[in-house]
Design a protein around this ligand. Structure first.
Ligand SMILES: [Zn+2]
Length: 96
């Protein structure tokens, strides 16, 4: 995916939190690329990841997979709960 395609898909905003500061493409292993801001890339406190409640509703498989994997890393009860509530297409589940 080109930079322009990614930027237009993401509307120039972080695909996790919607932030607009220093957004850069980040590789999602085996799936593709997503656009993430400097905060999401910097290992922020767990509370920051509440933004994933919105990101989890993304229609893009790359974002869905990245959110799923991030929620698994967070290890908080709410993150596990949200992960359990994500509805993923079978072809997306195959990528997790
Ligand atoms: Zn962000």
């Amino acid at each position: 995916m080109t930079w322009g395609t990614l930027m237009s898909r993401a509307h120039g905003m972080c695909e996790f939190c919607g932030g607009m500061d220093d957004c850069l493409p980040v590789e999602v292993d085996g799936v593709g690329e997503i656009l993430l801001c400097a905060i999401c890339e910097s290992d922020p406190p767990a509370e920051h990841w509440r933004c994933l409640e919105t990101a989890a509703q993304s229609e893009h498989p790359e974002v869905q997979v990245a959110v799923w994997r991030k929620l698994a890393e967070i290890g908080e009860p709410w993150a596990e709960d949200l992960r359990g509530r994500m509805r993923l297409a079978p072809e997306t589940q195959a990528l997790l």
